[in-house]
Ligand binder design. Structure first.
Ligand SMILES: NC(=O)c1ccc[n+]([C@@H]2O[C@H](COP(=O)([O-])OP(=O)(O)OC[C@H]3O[C@@H](n4cnc5c(N)ncnc54)[C@H](OP(=O)(O)O)[C@@H]3O)[C@@H](O)[C@H]2O)c1
Length: 296
């Protein structure tokens, strides 16, 4: 039987934090979790957009328990400040959903000098996870869900090109950010197991879902491929966030080339599973962020 949002159990009593929740997959994820009575923090960089998303959800489901969280993931300082505010207000976090992302922006850097896709899609979410880890650790059966992509299959990490050192290649750099997300997911799971912690780390991808993701490139591109609406696109994330799963699971749509369909185990490139690369990327990130999160 194909899993849909209707199969999702009640999430009453659980706290979720979804980044990039004002539109696209993040919005649909927050909406469906709220309808199942979860408490949801909707995080995004624009207070106006986040508040509009909250109003929209409340108009569909007046009982929704929602909070706004403002964070600009292109600034590590903003991530740190945001995490501090979350920790001041909450003493637990059941599920962190690292969803926000950018694809094919013009060549540009984050405030801290990373290529924008690598900085927002990977570095900021690594830091957010690390900064919120005390909350996750204190919550039984907590989990981290990170969004990757079919594009990870062509991705590799070029440690000499994480800060736009080489001429910009939008496909290569997006693939790099998304394979980094999956490497992070798997390495985090290995380190959680090493510490015998019961938080799990899983990943999801939405196949091809017609969202605002290509807003700075070519939004018509969606129509050249089989694609889903954002609500169905969010099923993989919702499944990964709420179903009984092994740590390290990767969930995506079960149709042809994983572009459309219903949640199922998805293909992981051997490169993403490589433990040497996992350790190398983790060590690089700790050193860049100057933190000591689950060191080996
Ligand atoms: N759509 C697909 O087919 C597809 C396929 C594979 C993977 N994915 C992944 O799915 C995730 C969600 O993407 P989507 O398709 O839903 O795209 P989307 O509709 O463009 O939504 C992206 C979200 O990320 C937020 N965001 C971008 N930059 C940010 C920043 N600096 N700080 C805070 N928030 C920021 C956006 O906020 P603003 O509105 O304020 O910019 C928006 O809420 C991404 O990680 C993407 O890589 C999507």
């Amino acid at each position: 039987m194909n899993w849909t949002k209707d199969e999702m159990q009640s999430q009453k009593g659980k706290l979720f934090l979804v980044t990039g929740a004002n539109t696209g997959l993040g919005y649909q994820t927050a909406l469906e979790l709220a309808k199942k009575d979860a408490e949801v923090i909707l995080a995004g960089r624009s207070a106006e957009k986040i508040n509009a998303a909250i109003e929209q959800i409340l108009s569909e489901y007046p009982f929704a328990r929602l909070k706004a969280g403002i964070v600009d993931l292109s600034s590590l300082e903003s991530v740190r400040e945001f995490a501090t505010s979350i920790k001041a207000e909450h003493n637990k976090l059941d599920v962190l959903i690292n969803n926000a992302g950018v694809m094919f922006p013009p060549p540009s850097l984050t405030k801290d000098g990373y290529e924008l896709q690598f900085g927002v899609n990977y570095m900021a979410h690594f830091l957010l996870t690390a900064e919120l880890f005390d909350l996750l650790k204190n919550t039984p059966n907590s989990r981290v869900v990170t969004l990757s992509s079919i594009a990870h299959l062509n991705g590799t990490i070029d440690f000499d090109n994480l800060k736009l050192e080489k001429p910009f290649d939008k496909f290569r750099e997006y693939g790099q950010s998304k394979v980094a997300d999956l490497i992070f997911t798997l390495e985090l799971q290995r380190r959680l197991e090493g510490e015998e912690l019961n938080t799990i780390s899983v990943a999801a991808h939405p196949g091809t879902s017609k969202t605002e993701l290509l807003r700075t490139d070519n939004p018509e591109m969606w129509d050249k491929f089989p694609h889903m609406d954002p609500n169905q696109g969010a099923f993989s994330t919702l499944y990964a966030a709420t179903e009984q799963l092994e740590g390290g699971s990767y969930i995506g749509p079960n149709g042809e080339m994983e572009r459309t369909g219903y949640p199922a185990p998805a293909s992981i490139a051997d490169y993403a599973k490589d433990e040497t690369i996992g350790k190398q990327l983790w060590d690089y990130t700790l050193s860049e962020l100057n933190i000591n999160f689950l060191p080996e």
